[in-house]
Design a protein around this ligand. Structure first.
Ligand code: ZN
Length: 286
């Protein structure tokens, strides 16, 4: 999706949340229809007219290049504010992977202490899911086919438990113990064994995207009223909330701050096309 972060170098006259020099980010979308049901309830990520940050055509005909650009002109609503001191280079992935796991955790009530979350797959999404789960105060179990990841899970990510999916005895011992499963796997796989791990009314939340159809046996779903559902990124309001929460969590964890990688961001809240034309004229004159 080519999300990115940087420093605000220009602001429009009506911009309220940003000033010159602020740190800001742009997530996975830069526009939406603004009139549909999803836009009205802050779920622009589900708007049929959502325009993604990279490799899309905006309403004014401009191609979006996202983080492959040196700078971006973006409306205030689609910019995310980063508080001073938040390490930009380490925070940029939160605008895609972070909100992708944060949003369903919040929506399905997995963001409270005492919940037991299982994270499947330890790529970018899985790593962030473990971090957010721990920051919420939940118990986090990572499941993997590879026993070799146990050390990384415990020491580096701070997960509470590690389960090897190829160990049938351990899997059976974990039946009915988990409130929700964040499934980040994008390869073809069988989710049925995982349904048994859920408590009553638990959910498998698909945030990975296997190309092949899933084969699911209905009985494990029916028994216990379980569900399998999907989720993709989050709305802008929720994305800002996620960044603010991550900032607090990082400070709580006394994270080191690294030198930020800087891009240039211009935030505005008036005619996008006019502003882009002005920017193009300025660049042409350079
Ligand atoms: Zn819409």
């Amino acid at each position: 999706m080519a999300e990115f972060v940087g420093v605000v170098t220009e602001v429009g006259g009506k911009v309220g949340r940003f000033k010159l020099g602020d740190h800001a980010g742009v997530g996975c979308m830069v526009n939406s229809c603004r009139s549909c049901h999803e836009c009205a309830r802050h779920h622009k990520n589900y708007c049929p007219g959502m325009i993604v940050t990279c490799n899309a055509t905006d309403v004014d005909g401009i191609i979006t290049y996202g983080g492959y650009s040196d700078s971006i002109v973006v409306e205030e609503h689609f910019a995310v504010k980063f508080l001073a001191g938040m390490p930009l280079d380490r925070s940029a992935p939160l605008l895609c992977a972070g909100i992708t796991v944060y949003s369903p955790m919040k929506r399905f009530g997995l963001d409270v202490p005492g919940k037991h979350i299982r994270v499947v797959g330890l790529g970018g999404l899985g790593h962030v899911a473990v971090k957010f789960g721990k920051a919420f105060g939940a118990k986090v179990t990572v499941i993997s086919t590879s026993p070799s990841k146990r050390k990384e899970v415990a020491e580096r990510l701070g997960a509470d438990a590690f389960l090897v999916s190829k160990d049938p005895d351990k899997m059976k011992a974990a039946w009915g113990t988990m409130d929700g499963i964040i499934n980040t796997v994008s390869a073809a796989h069988d989710v049925t064994p995982w349904l048994f791990l859920l408590k009553t009314s638990g959910q498998i939340i698909m945030v990975g995207a296997p190309l092949n159809p899933l084969e699911i046996y209905a009985f494990p779903l029916l028994l216990g009223g379980k569900s399998i559902l999907g989720s993709i990124i989050g709305g802008m309001k929720e994305t800002q909330e996620m960044i603010d929460f991550a900032d607090l969590a990082m400070k709580r964890g006394k994270s080191k701050t690294d030198a930020p990688k800087k891009a240039i961001i211009t935030v505005l809240n008036f005619n996008l096309k006019d502003e882009r034309n002005k920017q193009n004229e300025r660049e042409d004159g350079d």
